[in-house]
Write a protein that binds this ligand. Structure first.
Ligand code: VG1
Ligand code: CO
Length: 544
């Protein structure tokens, strides 16, 4: 088959952010845009020639076309074998698992995660290394450097291949295996969790749940695992058919965007347990009856209860959380006598710690939890962890979390997002905060005394690499914190995230409403950053 060499011009804006390169669909559709980035991957990851590539995406608009382009270019660049999910689909955690299980040279995942999809929505692409994890900064910077100098790319003169039938095909000298996207993942989950016990919980008829796939990738995974393998009632999974624009919605599993499933957890007919996942299946939201588990608490509860779960019964090596995530898990680590690491935002920073077996569980406040079973956060895994725990402890979600607070104290937590603000205003606000840092330690703000104030920098304990400028953090002497950072996943303007945390050791005060407890810190945080005058926003776009 004829290999075509196409002349191209470099784009200047292909630097990957927190999780890959994300842009509007129309940007990716522009001539050569996707191709340049993909060729830069093949050029920098030279072992892909003659090697194996895993490929799949979350099914959003442009997924199908992009998969075909990437396959043709892989063949033209000498990739020997491509493993692609049927229909071009793979959830992010499933892709990570497949990259690891089949000893491949890495994978390309197409997703803009929780960002809306459709012709006017977002698209994204990222490369994962052979450990299954998102490429670390050294790799993304090398790919970016290549995108700045690229002058041509290679592709094949060939038609689209059939992605909808499970089969092994050949394209030139490349073998293309179209696989069931769910099978390997489901088998992995069965190793980690006690499926029989969870099945009995559903069989008892005393327990009901709903899972909201938000019209995104986890639909097929959740139906197979929850309804077919574990015996949950048909209909347990709602919005389970993936659509290219996520049913017009915003596939972000939080109290705002996943309100449909939240509503099913209250009232007379309330279910005992509910959950949701995001566009690419790596996030999770956990709910009990009339009860929301913050992602930070979820991680802490998992760490404290891991010994109840088959796959972790031998104990956990250590834990890690991203810097803005609440310090709830730190207290558990202390009690267990294990290490707790604080990393910058983004799953790529957990990879080395997991590979070196320094940690077993890790998580982020942004509805992400995971373990050493893959190298991505994993939405359904978290749901199964909770289901297994509920089956073992025979308590409600609320009882489990409240008991946790009584034992370890409660870290109240909230996040304010100001989306789509002017980029210059956002940069000015961060510079203003940076300038205030030296004067803050020991200052008293509305009765709170500042313990430390800095711009978070991280030195990877495994390879010594340093990542600077990862967010402004201000810690108070009572354990509460305010953190500011700018998002690295948006595609329009800037998004300011303000993360707030307050520690409450007093059992009598642990059941208060979060909003009331956080109000004083909200006021300090918004005043200190001059949010209203600098961004023109009185209120955040989303509070989680
Ligand atoms: C956000 C979250 C971060 C998460 C990232 C990717 O990044 O805050 O915790 O790792 O999204 O998640 P940012 O830079 O916008 O704050 V996903 O589900 O998009 O793969
Ligand atoms: Co995601």
């Amino acid at each position: 088959m004829e290999i075509l060499t196409i002349a191209t011009q470099a784009f200047s804006d292909q630097r990957p952010g927190t999780s890959g390169l994300r842009k509007k669909v129309s940007v990716f559709q522009a001539p050569h845009y996707l191709e340049n980035f993909v060729q830069s991957i093949y050029d920098t990851r030279t072992d892909l020639a003659g090697g194996t590539l895993v490929l799949g995406g979350d099914g959003r608009y442009y997924n199908r076309q992009a998969v075909q382009i990437i396959i043709r270019m892989a063949a033209a660049n000498g990739v020997a074998r491509i493993i692609v999910g049927q229909g071009g689909l793979l959830s992010t955690p499933a892709a990570s698992g497949i990259i690891r299980k089949h000893g491949t040279n890495g994978g390309i995942i197409l997703s803009a995660s929780h960002n809306p999809g459709g012709p006017d929505g977002d698209f994204g692409i990222k490369f994962n290394t052979p450990n299954g994890g998102p490429a670390p900064e050294g790799v993304t910077e090398a790919i970016f450097a290549r995108t700045r100098e690229i002058t041509e790319y290679r592709t094949l003169a060939s038609k689209d291949i059939d992605l909808d039938t499970i089969a092994t095909l050949s394209l030139g000298n490349t073998r293309v295996e179209v696989i069931d996207p769910v099978a390997d993942y489901a088998a992995l989950m069965e190793q980690l969790f006690d499926f029989k016990r969870i099945h009995r919980l559903f069989d008892s008829g005393l327990f009901r749940m709903h899972f909201d796939a938000m019209h995104a990738i986890t639909g097929p995974y959740a139906r197979r695992i929850l309804e077919e393998m574990l015996g949950a009632e048909p209909g347990t999974v709602i919005n389970g058919i993936p659509s290219e624009d996520f049913g017009g919605g915003h596939p972000d599993p939080n109290l705002v965007h996943a309100h449909e499933v939240v509503a099913l957890t209250s009232g007379r007919n309330a279910v005992d347990f509910a959950a949701a996942s995001d566009g690419d299946g790596d996030r999770n939201m956990i709910l009990g009856r009339d009860f929301f588990v913050t992602p930070s608490d979820s991680l802490a509860v998992m760490a404290a209860n891991a010994h109840h779960i088959k796959g972790y019964s031998g104990g956990i090596n250590g834990v890690a959380r991203s810097m803005p995530t609440s310090q709830a898990v730190d207290r558990v680590a202390e009690a267990l006598g294990i290490d707790c690491f604080e990393t910058p935002t983004g799953w790529k920073f957990f990879g080395n710690l997991l590979d070196a077996k320094r940690i077993t569980l890790c998580g982020e406040e942004s509805f992400g939890t995971g373990s050493d079973h893959v190298r991505e956060k994993d939405g359904l895994w978290a749901v199964l962890f909770w289901l297994n725990l509920l089956a073992v402890r025979k308590q409600s979600v609320k009882e489990i979390v409240q008991e946790h607070w009584r034992r370890f104290g409660r870290n109240f937590y909230t996040r304010y997002d100001y989306e789509g603000i002017d980029t210059e205003a956002a940069n000015g606000l961060m510079a203003h905060l940076q300038a205030r840092l030296p004067d803050l330690p020991e200052a008293t703000l509305d009765g709170y005394t500042v313990d430390y104030a800095d711009n978070f920098a991280y030195t990877d304990p495994v390879d010594g690499s340093v990542s600077k400028n990862q967010g402004i953090r201000i810690g108070f002497t009572d354990g509460s914190r305010i953190v500011y950072r700018l998002s690295g996943t948006g595609t329009a303007g800037a998004t300011l995230r303000v993360y707030l945390e307050a520690f409450e050791p007093d059992r009598e005060k642990q059941d208060q409403e979060t909003a009331a407890v956080m109000q004083p810190l909200v006021e300090i945080a918004t005043d200190m950053a001059e949010i209203e005058t600098r961004t023109g926003r009185k209120q955040p776009t989303v509070i989680t």
